[in-house]
Design a protein around this ligand. Structure first.
Ligand code: C2E
Ligand code: CA
Ligand code: CA
Ligand code: CA
Length: 278
């Protein structure tokens, strides 16, 4: 028994202990972050590639932690595992609707803002809470929203998901399929669910060179999407060459550092809304 005991703990190294401890601490801090108003929504422009106008923006969540900003890549998975993403997601929606209403009044803009959502937010056991769907659906009067969903949501989708996507449609909220090409989406999903946009993942866009396989792939995706009446947004556009190639193969919209990084709301409006009437 003593041997067993020793074996059992054999694998738990001090390093692992440190990781576990760090995770616990981050989790405790994440639980408080909403109350402490440490979250902020950044906005990144999405351009119509044909005319260069900023017609959309993606809302990207930031956690302004006292020790420095924490990347969503580090805290979103934790928020998903613990279900905290439901409350956080509600907050993001409320915040985006609030901001968009202000921008619409001030700039008379038709900017559409897309909001990321996690599969957890669609789970039925979360639907008893006052949830963001209800919020969006009751407060959407003046808003111009798009909901970004992941391929994994469609794969795990029960009936509830298809219903919610239809509800969005009824409310004039569009749906974008994020990170396209990284998961297992097939034509079947695209036909089965009502999708307005495909976002080609940046891993394809970053390898775009003339004659490359990724160029052929991207073009095939775009042709296929257009056949299904779906518009295409390229993510992670960083160079003028990538932008030109995307234009050449008929891509509709572009997003990436070439056009602008995600920035706080006031910076976004100063740079993109004050100077142009959409
Ligand atoms: P995503 O939805 O794929 O968002 C695009 C990510 O690519 C963002 O990272 C953005 O800053 C980054 N990006 C944009 N243009 C470029 C570029 O030209 N080059 C490169 N290398 N990167 C670019 P970010 O802001 O760190 O967000 C990471 C991920 O966190 C998002 O990936 C999304 O999955 C998740 N996330 C962010 N905000 C939310 C949220 O409010 N709710 C949920 N559920 N997830 C969120
Ligand atoms: Ca996204
Ligand atoms: Ca993406
Ligand atoms: Ca992603």
């Amino acid at each position: 028994a003593k041997e067993e005991g020793r074996n059992r703990f054999h694998y738990f190294t001090p390093e692992m202990e440190a990781v576990a401890q760090q995770r616990r601490r981050l989790l405790n801090e994440l639980r408080e972050a909403l109350d402490l108003q440490q979250f902020e929504v950044y906005y990144q422009p999405i351009l119509d590639l044909q005319n260069g106008r900023v017609v959309k923006a993606e809302a990207l969540l930031r956690w302004n932690h006292p020790r420095g900003q924490v990347s969503p890549l580090d805290f979103i998975p934790l928020a998903e595992e613990t279900g905290l993403i439901v409350d956080i997601g509600n907050w993001v929606f409320a915040e985006v609707v609030r901001q968009l209403t202000i921008w619409q009044a001030r700039f008379n803009t038709e900017l559409q803002v897309s909001v990321n959502t996690s599969p957890v937010q669609y789970q039925d056991d979360n639907s008893s809470k006052p949830n963001w769907f209800g919020h969006v659906l009751t407060h959407n009067g003046a808003a111009n929203l798009c909901v970004e969903i992941t391929e994994s949501l469609l794969m795990e989708a029960g009936r509830g998901v298809a219903d919610k996507l239809l509800q969005f449609r009824d409310q004039g909220i569009e749906v974008a399929l994020d990170d396209f090409g990284t998961g297992y989406s097939s034509l079947a999903y695209l036909k089965q669910f009502h999708i307005d946009y495909l976002k080609i993942d940046q891993s394809f866009v970053s390898h775009l060179t003339s004659g490359s396989q990724d160029l052929v792939l991207c073009e095939a995706i775009i042709v296929m999407a257009h056949t299904l009446d779906i518009k295409v947004i390229a993510e992670g556009v960083e160079t003028p060459e990538q932008k030109q190639m995307l234009l050449d193969i008929g891509c509709d919209f572009g997003q990436g550092y070439l056009f602008g990084r995600p920035v706080p709301a006031n910076e976004f409006s100063a740079r993109w809304l004050e100077s142009q009437v959409i």
